[in-house]
Design a protein around this ligand. Structure first.
Ligand code: PRT
Ligand code: ZN
Length: 286
């Protein structure tokens, strides 16, 4: 019987929808009737385990799962023996230290002697040690942001994304100790067969992520401006140029990094490009 790669993903929470969408874009459809804990994919040699995110690094390290999708913050906090592979571009957040907004804060030294509440004692402890800060850590498992308000701690170290939780609790972010996003992790040792499935999965993930970061751009350009337009386009290769039915004009197609679009658009217009269309790309296989 052929082996299956066992992939642990978050059962329900901030990671689950994006993980399911990514797998779907990779050709792995997730259907979970009756909220089962295990699912075998029909189109790929993969089995999905639905678990709590905190358990994923341990399961992968212990061989209960072969690979997993989890926040980098959770992996680094647990510090298990796993391989960290691709960064997946979702669930972006930071792990930060925050103090009451009325506190004076000039530098890390100001944290000496403070009492900090967190669910990330491992990461925070290592951060203090690396920076020679003598502060005490109070581990709590939830609602960390209320700790200073109820007199439990002087400050907190917690996950921040928009920052609104900090603001509504009268806190200010003073140090970012980690920038995190969802990552693919795998156990250090896999059978040859499972490693081959993981390689295929990674190849598909990378094709999907690359596509997300690029746009397909089409425009009409007077023939005398084509060279200028080619110089402006930050494409992967030379653009495709095709004659239009209208004499003296061509259609120019290219793939550009998404972030470059607004930087080049004015230059393209100035060079004579018209009727620009910018289209999302579903997959990019290079
Ligand atoms: O039930 P299970 O244990 O599986 O899930 P969970 O409740 O432990 O985790 P979940 O689903 O809340 O988060 C999963 C992962 O999403 C985290 O480990 C992070 O990698 C990532 N992530 C991204 C976040 C946030 N953004 C986030 N904003 N995790 C938590 N938050 C919380 C944060 O703890 C704080 O309470 O949101 C609040 C701050 O948000 P802002 O927007 O107000 O700053
Ligand atoms: Zn959790």
């Amino acid at each position: 019987m052929s082996q299956r790669l066992r992939l642990a993903i978050q059962s329900s929470g901030r990671l689950s929808d994006d993980t399911t969408d990514l797998l779907k874009a990779c050709g792995i459809r997730i259907s979970r009737p009756d909220r089962k804990l295990r699912m075998v994919s029909e189109h790929f040699d993969i089995e999905i385990l639905f678990v709590r995110d905190d358990d994923i690094p341990g399961y992968v390290a212990d061989g209960v799962a072969d690979a997993g999708v989890v926040g980098e913050n959770v992996v680094l906090e647990k510090n298990p023996d796993v391989r960290q592979l691709d960064r997946l571009g979702f669930a972006a957040c930071r792990l930060s230290i925050a103090l009451p907004k009325t506190d004076t804060y000039n530098s890390l030294e100001d944290l000496n002697g403070k009492h900090i509440a967190t669910s990330y004692p491992g990461l925070l402890g290592r951060y203090f040690e690396k920076n020679g800060i003598k502060a005490s850590i109070h581990e709590i498992s939830g609602s960390v942001e209320i700790a200073p308000g109820i007199g439990l701690a002087d400050g907190i170290c917690d996950i921040v994304s928009s920052g609104s939780t900090l603001i509504s609790n009268g806190l200010k972010e003073v140090e970012v100790i980690l920038r995190s996003e969802a990552v693919l992790i795998a156990s250090p040792e896999l059978s040859e067969e499972k490693q081959a499935i993981l390689d295929t999965l990674q190849f598909r993930i990378q094709s999907v992520l690359k596509a997300k970061k690029h746009r397909y751009i089409l425009m009409n350009v007077p023939n005398e401006s084509i060279e200028r337009v080619k110089d402006i386009l930050p494409g992967m290769r030379a653009p495709t140029v095709m004659p239009l039915a209208q004499e003296g004009w061509s259609s120019v197609h290219s793939v550009i990094p998404d972030r470059a679009f607004w930087d080049v658009i004015d230059n393209l217009k100035e060079a004579g490009a018209e009727g620009m269309l910018v289209v999302p790309i579903e997959k990019m296989v290079l």
